[in-house]
Each structure stands twice: as structure tokens, then as C-alpha cells.
Unconditional design. Structure first.
Length: 185
């Protein structure tokens, strides 16, 4: 059972490493939604998976994540209109659950991230995965997996001058006169 669990953990760990490397190469990033503005499809606590997209490749109806002008805070809303001015692209956004579009117009020329997937309860999972108990437990499991194990090598043949099986030993004999010979457990 322990071997099966270790193999399953190794496979899961390998998949996580492959996923992280792929996400880094492709620029894919998760974003946890902190409001219900995109409900019911993307409720508060959902994780949206985003990928970079240039303004010229966006379309009305796409859901994007962009920084609020003059802020590091992100907003994830649907594009209701796109406008091309000179070499810049600007979008008007609206949350699906909001009655009207956002007051700001967003520059989506190079800063837009299109939503490619949504996991409704993913935020809770990501938040839990970052908790100290999970982090410490994960580090402990990795450490245990990396520790060398002590093996107890078994003799495949008995020492010279000893009986080869317990049946070959006469009753009362102690391994044909050798006191260091012990039967394997």
C-alpha cells in the first residue's frame, strides 16, 4: 500500500511540475475572483485561467482580465465594445451580473489576459493549498520521500559449511557449528 501511495504521489508531483513549466512557458496565470460581478458562471471564489492576448486579437464577448487604470488591482469582465485608436486598443467592459458597463475604458493593447477556463470552487482550493498546514505537510512528505531507506539485505546462500535449509539441520544443531548464522526472518 505504501508503495502505491508513493507512486501516486510521484505521478501527481510530476504532473504538477509539468503543468507549472507549461504555464510559465505559455504565460498562463490563475486569477481568483473576489466579487460576484461575473456570476453565475464565474462566482466569487472561482479561479479563472488566463493567457496573454494582444488587443488586435480580442473580440466583443471575450472575458478578459485587465488592470484597473492607475491601479495594480485586476478586473475580470466581458468586453462589450472594442475601439482602435491609432496604435492602441481600448475596451469597454461589463460584469455579467452588473446592470451597466464599467465607468473606465481599459487599454487592452498589450495588458489583456483572456479567460480560457474557469473553476467555480478553485479559489478555495488555491487558498487552502497556500495554508501553512498544507505547505509544511507537503515539505514533510517531500523530505520523507527523499530520505534514503535502509534495506536489510538477505543472504541468498548460506555461509560455507552450513546447512542450506532449515530441514537440512539436525535437531538441536546450531547451523553446523557456526554461531553467526541466522535464518532470515
Amino acid at each position: 500500500m505504501a508503495g502505491w501511495l508513493l507512486n501516486a504521489a510521484a505521478i501527481l508531483g510530476s504532473l504538477c511540475v509539468i503543468g507549472v513549466i507549461t504555464a510559465l512557458v505559455l504565460g498562463v496565470r490563475p486569477v481568483v475572483l473576489v466579487s460576484d460581478s461575473m456570476s453565475p458562471a464565474m462566482p466569487v471564489g472561482a479561479v479563472v485561467i488566463t493567457a496573454p492576448r494582444d488587443g488586435e486579437d480580442l473580440r466583443t464577448g471575450d472575458v478578459v482580465t485587465v488592470p484597473i487604470p492607475g491601479s495594480a488591482t485586476l478586473v475580470t469582465h466581458r468586453i462589450t465594445s472594442l475601439e482602435h485608436r491609432g496604435d492602441r486598443w481600448y475596451a469597454t467592459l461589463k460584469g455579467d451580473a452588473n446592470p451597466s458597463p464599467d465607468a473606465d475604458v481599459y487599454d487592452v493593447t498589450t495588458q489583456a489576459r483572456i479567460v480560457i477556463a474557469s473553476v467555480p470552487a478553485g479559489g478555495r482550493i488555491l487558498t487552502a493549498a497556500r495554508s501553512p498546514i498544507i505547505v509544511v505537510g507537503s515539505i514533510a512528505l517531500v523530505t520523507l520521500a527523499l530520505l534514503p531507506t535502509r534495506t536489510n539485505p538477505r543472504r541468498t546462500t548460506p555461509p560455507p559449511g552450513t546447512a542450506s535449509t532449515p530441514e537440512d539441520v539436525e535437531p538441536g544443531a546450531t547451523g553446523a557449528g557456526r554461531s553467526d548464522w541466522r535464518d532470515p526472518p
